[in-house]
Design a binder for this molecule. Structure first.
Ligand code: SAM
Ligand code: SF4
Ligand code: SF4
Length: 355
């Protein structure tokens, strides 16, 4: 197997971009709808009851999503993460998981199973965790910004209580998911004081807490640099409570900086996308629910894949288009961001491309 200068493995037949980054991770968004209105993603003032989400026939069908995934696997993808919007609001999601799991037999994988993951706000997980596990999902990430019910509601913008998410995490554990990741976006003055409680909860449950810097995604959240709590500050706060030591990345292209508690009761990850960008290792492609390929979280436009899917799918043309687009990729937004560009350029909204 070849490796890039940054030691990212390149599978034979894999697509590599202009900065020598192989295609490796895929986020498949299954819907742009959500039952939460997190202020940093889909603020309720903007995404109110009259907001026009995608009409149903614009969404890729599960068959179309599985075909896109199959071609991306042929081009090097090894992790498929289902996301949204809130992916669990899409009906029968287990059926998609079964179809994606069937890609394990792809020639490109040489018998190595796909890493099949889901990111969810957890509020609908209590009922769905077991069927998703049976369908073949192997990893779950639940977003959880606070254990304080008031702060939780202020951040989620939803009438659904904190208990719905905690019940979802418990159900996922009971269904056999291990090493569940808990994602918390930290905003100064909003939930930065909640980090110790989140860490204690994650340690207790055997989960991995991932603390994420608040990002200037989309054009709706009114992002301000002074609301970003740098990962180094969060790390110092936690280290004072629970001493930590750094860990090596668990896999090439890992975006979180990992630390282990010295008492060996688990680990945390810090995602310093603003203060210490990791574009050099970014191997992620994102497919929106209406079938556009985005090569960067901060892109303004995606490439329309539907033209290779409808009226009838043309797999060869689709693979060609995916390869051509990835090969031309030169995105490194976070490395060149400054506070002016952050709020000036139009960018795709996070709930369209799934984080
Ligand atoms: N609805 C699901 C959820 O919340 O987990 C999946 C989609 S959501 C867009 C994926 C991830 O993006 C979540 O963990 C969320 O916290 C994160 N996210 C959304 N907006 C963000 C922002 N402005 N900065 C950092 N992370 C953000
Ligand atoms: Fe919905 Fe997830 Fe965005 Fe929150 S972060 S509004 S749960 S898509
Ligand atoms: Fe990847 Fe774009 Fe984020 Fe850089 S800014 S890490 S290229 S998604």
């Amino acid at each position: 197997m070849l490796r890039t200068a940054r030691s990212l493995p390149i599978y034979s037949g894999a697509s590599v971009d202009t900065l020598q980054r192989p295609l490796r991770d895929v986020r498949l968004s299954v819907t742009d709808r959500c039952n939460f209105r997190c202020s940093y993603c889909m603020p309720a003032e903007i995404f109110g009851p009259d907001f026009a989400f995608l009409p149903r026939d614009e969404l890729l069908t599960f068959e179309e999503l599985a075909l896109v995934a199959r071609e991306l696997v042929a081009l090097g993808a090894r992790t498929l993460r289902i996301t949204g919007g809130e992916p669990l609001v899409r009906r029968d999601l287990e059926r998609l998981v079964v179809m994606l799991r069937a890609l394990d037999s792809s020639e490109a994988l040489n018998g190595e199973p796909l890493d099949l993951a889901l990111t969810t706000n957890g509020s609908l997980l209590a009922k769905l965790a077991a069927p998703l596990r049976i369908a073949g999902l192997n990893r779950i990430t639940v977003s959880l910004d606070s254990l304080n019910p008031e702060t939780f509601t202020r951040m989620s913008g939803s009438a659904l209580p904190l208990e719905s998410v905690l019940g979802g995490i418990a159900a996922a554990t009971a269904a056999g998911f291990t090493n569940i990741k808990l994602n918390a976006v930290i905003r100064r003055g909003v939930n930065d004081a909640d980090v110790p409680a989140l860490a204690a909860f994650a340690r207790e449950g055997g989960h991995t807490l991932r603390l994420i810097e608040y990002m200037d995604v989309g054009s709706s959240n009114g992002w301000r640099l002074d609301e970003v709590v740098p990962a180094s500050e969060i790390l110092a706060q936690l280290h004072a409570l629970y001493p930590l030591e750094p860990l090596a990345p668990s896999r090439p292209g890992e975006v979180a900086n990992r630390y282990r508690y010295l008492d060996r009761r688990g680990e945390i990850g810090l995602i310093a996308s603003v203060s210490a960008p990791f574009c050099g290792d970014c191997t992620r492609a994102r497919v929106s629910a209406d079938g556009h390929l985005y090569t960067c979280l901060f892109a303004s436009e995606g490439s329309d894949l539907k033209r290779y899917l409808r009226p009838a799918p043309d797999a060869a043309a689709l693979r060609d288009a995916l390869h051509t687009r990835w090969s031309a990729r030169d995105d490194r937004y976070s490395e060149i961001r400054d506070s002016e560009t952050a709020n000036r350029l139009p960018k795709v909204e996070m709930f369209r491309v799934g984080g």
